[in-house]
Design a protein around this ligand. Structure first.
Ligand SMILES: [Zn+2]
Length: 117
């Protein structure tokens, strides 16, 4: 359990620095946009910003999941399915260290989301 926590903390640190460096490079893009007022370059820069925003968004979500998993470890409920209260199999946690649902509940949830979308 201790090694999972350390692994999560390492991931969290990596994500935190990745997010802050992405944010920094996007600010540099803003600066560049002011320097070069090229109307044809705008589209591609905007597109890059969108990609950066999407990457930051994904990382921020992963960061949230890691934070939640770390909180669960501290609260002693790590590895317990949020939906049914069953223990999440160790093999699953090895692949998805911040899984909060067992395979069956996750599949049910994803099916539900699929129908909604
Ligand atoms: Zn479950």
């Amino acid at each position: 359990m201790r090694s999972i926590k350390r692994e999560l903390e390492t991931k969290r640190d990596a994500l935190t620095s990745a997010i802050s460096s992405s944010t920094r490079s996007s600010r540099e893009d803003d600066h560049r946009r002011e320097v070069f007022k090229d109307p044809f370059g705008m589209a591609s820069i905007t597109h890059d910003d969108e990609v950066v925003a999407a990457v930051v968004d994904t990382r921020a979500r992963q960061l949230e999941e890691i934070d939640r998993a770390l909180a669960d470890i501290d609260a002693g409920r790590y590895g317990i399915c949020r939906e049914c209260g069953e223990e999440i199999p160790k093999a699953r946690l090895k692949i998805l260290p911040f899984a909060t649902r067992c395979v069956a509940c996750q599949a049910r949830l994803e099916q539900g989301l699929g129908r909604a979308a």
